[in-house]
Design a protein around this ligand. Structure first.
Ligand code: NAD
Length: 446
């Protein structure tokens, strides 16, 4: 089978490379010519473990192709995956302009029956919008005397996590297929047939339901994070340890241990935008999403709490203070800084006049692109030199076993704000640090 994937970002490129690994002939198309040129040379323009090797292997074996030509990619494919971005608009709704552009392009190049599948996260109802756009363009082709072929629209939302995207694609918890007809379901099931060997559950439903499954899943995870952050804040006030609370809760199989890690609030390219979009969709549909709205509010307030902790630790004044931030990506093992809490901390500190120096094992380049005046250094110890406080913002493995004596020796004042609860409070105290985590007692400053 020949397919194409439109958009070669985190989702599109992983999808393309993994389907090629399944033995499918895949053409990836992107409007970004620089990106396509580097991919043709086997260079992946972002950090995702194992992806460069997978792309190189499938390029070598001639199952993976890269182009900037939609005509070439679409015309030769039975299935067209749409994997372009759906970034947030200022009002919180998803920007569907890239998706619409692809729909128009598909209609222009439709030369035989095709299944048009959204992998991008799109509001419920977008499948119908895509169908409408394609039909409109085809009507114009018909008016020119052409006889355009049939097509069908499907939804196949992606649940991969950056940092473990290949494993998540190859061994997903489930595959969701929303389709208008049985032929499309059969084609998509055939594409995913290698996953039957690992007994992956399939959820086959209609398009609008599949679209909602994606938003509901992300919103639920965001709610879980905001929930434990609220419990962490309460634990701080009453002298409880949220780590034990989360473990005690998570061992209940009805709750589960995942996403019960308190921190600076969720960030990244998905949760913030998808929660806001779901809330908008609910309001637009004349209903409400009060729990999701609350999760969003709690998440925003969590950043205020982080800033209060930093101010308190430094005696109130931030202007001119030397602060070290470890980690800039929104989570470990990715260079994605979109809506990263760590980046927001740097931005707020710099706005308050602090002298911020940061380190990240992979995200230095995107971080500098986003915040050009941020001082990003290549080594965590150089980052801490002369600092009055170290803030551990993203829990990269590299920060789990820092040489504490060396770190303390470099700093102007040994204070450590651990926003990911990586370190043990007693051990940090014994190492000579004023230490504070999230929801675990311990406080730096009055
Ligand atoms: P991204 O921003 O990394 O990549 C999008 C790519 O699409 C870019 O390379 C861009 O140049 C390209 N593009 C835009 N318009 C195009 C067009 N008309 N033709 C061809 N290429 C075009 O995005 P991403 O993070 O991969 O996310 C894509 C979608 O998947 C979003 O809807 C996102 O919400 C969803 N999603 C993302 C993740 C994730 O972890 N990043 C996980 C699940 C779902």
């Amino acid at each position: 089978m020949r397919i194409c994937v439109v958009g070669t970002g985190y989702v599109g490129l992983v999808t393309g490379a993994c389907f090629a690994e399944f033995g499918v002939d895949v053409t990836c198309v992107d409007t970004d010519a620089t990106r396509i040129a580097s991919l043709r040379d086997g260079r992946v323009p972002f950090h995702e473990p194992g992806l460069e090797e997978l792309v190189a292997k499938n390029l070598r074996e001639n199952r993976l192709h890269f182009t900037t030509s939609h005509a070439e990619a679409i015309a030769s494919s039975l299935v067209v995956f749409i994997a372009v971005g759906t970034p947030p608009l200022p009002d919180g709704s998803a920007d569907l302009s890239y998706v619409r552009e692809v729909a128009r392009s598909v209609a222009e190049h439709l030369n035989g029956y095709k299944v048009v599948v959204t992998k991008s996260t799109v509001p419920a109802g977008t499948g119908a919008t895509i169908r409408g756009i394609i039909e409109e363009t085809l009507a114009a082709r018909r008016a020119r005397g052409e006889k355009p072929p049939p097509f069908t629209v499907a939804s196949n939302p992606e649940f991969l996590r950056e940092g473990s995207a290949i494993e998540d694609f190859m061994r997903p918890n489930r595959v969701v297929i929303g389709a208008e007809d049985e032929q499309a379901v059969a084609i998509l099931q055939d594409l995913y047939s290698p996953l039957y060997l690992v007994e992956t559950p399939f959820v086959v439903t209609d398009v609008v339901t599949a679209e909602l499954i994606k938003y509901a899943s992300n919103a639920f995870l965001a709610v879980k994070i905001s929930f434990i952050n609220e419990i962490a804040n309460l634990a701080e006030e009453i002298g409880a340890d949220v780590h034990h609370v989360a473990r005690g809760m998570g061992l209940d199989q009805r709750i589960g241990p995942k996403f019960l890690h308190p921190g600076p609030g969720y960030g990244g390219s998905c949760f913030p935008k998808d929660t806001r979009a779901l809330a908008r969709i609910a309001r637009g549909a004349g209903t409400s999403a009060e729990i999701v709205d609350a999760a969003i509010r709690v998440n925003e307030r969590q950043m205020d709490r982080v800033m209060t902790k930093i101010r308190r630790a430094l005696g109130g004044e931030l202007a001119g203070r030397r602060i070290a931030v470890l980690g800039l990506s929104f989570k470990p093992n990715t260079d994605d800084t979109r809506e990263s809490s760590a980046m927001e901390i740097c931005r707020l500190l710099m706005d308050a006049g602090a002298k911020v120096r940061a380190h990240d094992p992979a995200a230095a380049v995107p971080a500098k692109a986003e915040l050009p005046t941020l001082d990003v250094v290549a080594d965590p110890y150089a980052c801490a030199e002369g600092a009055e406080i170290v803030i551990l913002a993203t829990e990269w493995n590299q920060y789990r076993k820092l040489d504490l004596e060396r770190l303390r020796g470099l700093m102007a004042r040994a204070a450590f704000l651990d926003l990911r609860n990586v370190y043990d409070a007693d051990a940090m105290g014994a190492a000579g640090f004023a230490y504070e985590g999230v929801g675990r007692g311990g406080r730096i400053g009055a």
